[in-house]
Ligand binder design. Structure first.
Ligand code: KIV
Ligand code: NA
Length: 277
């Protein structure tokens, strides 16, 4: 199929066709997303935790995010590729935000970037868009600033908090974002806000009223320890399957069942005789 474009994403919203987004962080996960036929791939800064083992999304560097994005790009042809701007790489000024976004496009082949939050981040989004790079917004639970939010928990659960989510979402839309992520907000709040949204809204823990859904690759496939957030639905137990495979290999090596004759190379008997001398 043809590469996904912004007009085709907008068209999907208009037609009421659900938009499917998943994260990826490397060449094989990108190939999985491609083969599964998703619409959009996000190189999330969740990769800080899922593939680099950091305790939160905060420590991942710009260089690390660019490297992950470049690997995903090499495994992807069709889905629209969005990359997260990591914590500390865009907040300080419009100039910084533009320079950072440009790295993702020039060095890694991203189609667009995503940044977290409203307020002054709306200006950062506007600046990047003015520089010709599409921007996806992200409101509700914004993990990069979860300390300021009082922890990793649902947002918009009071009238005031829901009004803040609404104001940020509309401001990001007005700034020209092509799409927006709503993370961990009440389904009823999301439903109430949807009529005001002209751009595709991709939910994660925001209920079924949004235009699409996004989940973290490792969460949905069970490549992790523990259960994860309330909004995660698990569609596989890939970690268990990988451990099973490596354990079986270890067992075969220790019992000398591996390698078998099939896995070995032969030599012409005459050559072997000469070799022995
Ligand atoms: O980093 C990430 O994976 C994300 C999605 C969960 C939206 O930002
Ligand atoms: Na993210």
């Amino acid at each position: 199929s043809l590469p996904m474009t912004l007009p085709r994403l907008a068209e999907k919203k208009r037609l009421g066709e659900a938009i499917v987004m998943v994260t990826a962080y490397d060449y094989p996960s990108a190939q999985v997303a491609e083969a599964a036929g998703v619409d959009m791939v996000l190189v999330g800064d969740s990769g800080a935790m899922t593939v680099l083992g950091y305790p939160s999304t905060v420590p991942i560097s710009l260089d690390e995010m660019v490297m992950l994005t470049a690997a995903v790009r090499r495994g992807l042809r069709t889905p629209f590729l969005v990359s997260d701007l990591p914590f500390g790489s865009y907040e300080g000024s419009d100039e910084l935000a533009i320079a950072t976004a440009q790295r993702f496009v020039k060095e890694a082949g991203a189609d667009a970037v995503k940044l977290e939050g409203g307020g002054v981040m709306v200006d950062r989004a506007r600046a990047i868009i003015a520089a010709g790079i599409p921007v996806m917004g992200h409101v509700g639970l914004t993990p990069q600033t979860s300390t300021a939010l009082g922890g990793y928990k649902a947002q918009g659960r009071t009238a005031d908090a829901a009004l803040k989510v609404a104001a940020d979402a509309v401001a990001l839309q007005e700034a020209g974002c092509f799409s927006i992520v709503w993370e961990a907000i009440p389904a009823a709040v999301a439903e109430e806000l949807m009529p005001r949204m002209e751009i595709p809204v991709i939910g994660i823990g925001a209920g079924g009223a949004t235009d699409g859904q996004v989940l973290v690759f490792h969460d949905l496939l069970g490549i992790r320890e523990g259960v994860g957030a309330r909004f995660v639905k698990r569609y596989g137990d890939v970690m268990d399957e990988m451990v099973r495979g490596v354990r079986a290999y270890a067992d075969d090596v220790r019992t000398r069942r591996y390698p078998a004759a099939d896995h070995t190379y032969s030599i012409d008997p005459g050559e072997l005789t000469d070799f022995r001398g």
